[in-house]
Design a protein around this ligand. Structure first.
Ligand code: ADP
Ligand code: MG
Ligand code: MG
Length: 273
């Protein structure tokens, strides 16, 4: 039975179409929190179920150290409020802009981003959850520079639902996701079945993210990948191990991609430094 009276709001960190994120403090415990606030008036009635799904998936899947904690939720007449762990360093986009040269080193990409990301994804995938929106904006860091995966806004639990619609962000979207219609057509069940995709969609996004972090811009895939073949080109600065890691994650056919556990055990991540 939490309410807004239990928190002080200090500043707005983010403003989206339907929601804003505020830095706040729990008045009882004194602990810093982040409040993701959905304004009911800005949430169309056909989208309410997505907010509820975000909350329910996040609540059932945040018991892993690299996943942003959702402490609880409450609502008022005007708001849905998610009380989240505060990630004081903000998202990876902002962080990349402030580090020297706008790029992380290869060892930072491996140790600070990919290892914890793959650990959080293997936890999620093990529970049937496909995140579906892996990208720098949804990767946050705490004051202690600890990795936190955030934003379950388009996540899906594949034990409960089949993934048959396009969801996520274009640049990071796997070809099999790109091929799906934006809305499912229930009367056309057979068609939907053949389009159903798996957690391998997240593996593709990890490949795009790794490339972007090492190279400075996302790889030129998309159209080409949909056709089944494309050429990934790497600048000389990317090591052979990094190339192999990215190339395997960006296999056009989902069945040919490694699982997140296999990627976690890739020699490039196992190397001493
Ligand atoms: P959306 O679904 O609109 O993308 P997100 O949950 O991804 O919303 O949050 C949007 C942005 O707000 C993030 O990219 C990050 O910059 C900031 N943010 C979200 N949650 C937190 C948090 N717990 N701590 C700090 N910043 C946060
Ligand atoms: Mg987001
Ligand atoms: Mg979202």
């Amino acid at each position: 039975n939490w309410s807004l009276d239990d928190y002080s709001l200090q500043k707005r960190l983010y403003k989206g179409k339907m929601s804003s994120v505020y830095k706040g403090r729990c008045l009882r415990s004194g602990l810093p929190v982040a409040l993701k606030v959905y304004f009911k008036a800005r949430v169309p009635s056909n989208v309410i179920h997505m907010v509820l799904r975000e909350v329910s998936i996040h609540l059932q899947a945040c018991d892993q150290r690299n996943v942003l904690k959702l402490y609880g939720v409450f609502q008022t007449d005007e708001l849905f409020v998610m009380v989240l762990e505060m990630a004081a360093r903000g998202n990876l986009c902002g962080i990349c802009r402030t580090v020297n040269g706008g790029r992380l080193t290869e060892s930072q990409v491996r140790r600070v981003v990919l290892e914890p990301l793959l650990d959080s994804l293997s936890y999620l995938h093990g529970r049937g959850v496909c995140h579906r929106d892996i990208k720098p904006e949804n990767i946050l860091f705490t004051s202690e520079w600890e990795f936190r995966l955030a934003d379950f806004g388009v996540s899906i639990n594949l034990l409960e639902e089949r993934a048959v619609t396009r969801a996520g962000t274009a640049e990071y979207m796997a070809p099999e996701v790109e091929r799906c219609p934006l809305k499912s057509c229930p009367e056309d069940n057979k068609d939907n079945l053949s389009l159903a995709y798996s957690t391998a969609a997240d593996v593709w996004s990890v490949g795009v993210l790794a490339y972007e972090l090492l190279v400075g811009f996302p790889p030129l895939v998309g159209e080409g990948a949909n056709g089944g073949s494309f050429n990934l080109s790497f600048p000389a600065s990317v090591s052979p191990g990094g190339r192999d890691f990215i190339t395997s994650a960006l296999a056009p056919h989902p069945e040919e991609r490694p699982t997140v556990l296999q990627l976690r055990n890739h020699p490039w991540l196992q190397a001493a430094q």
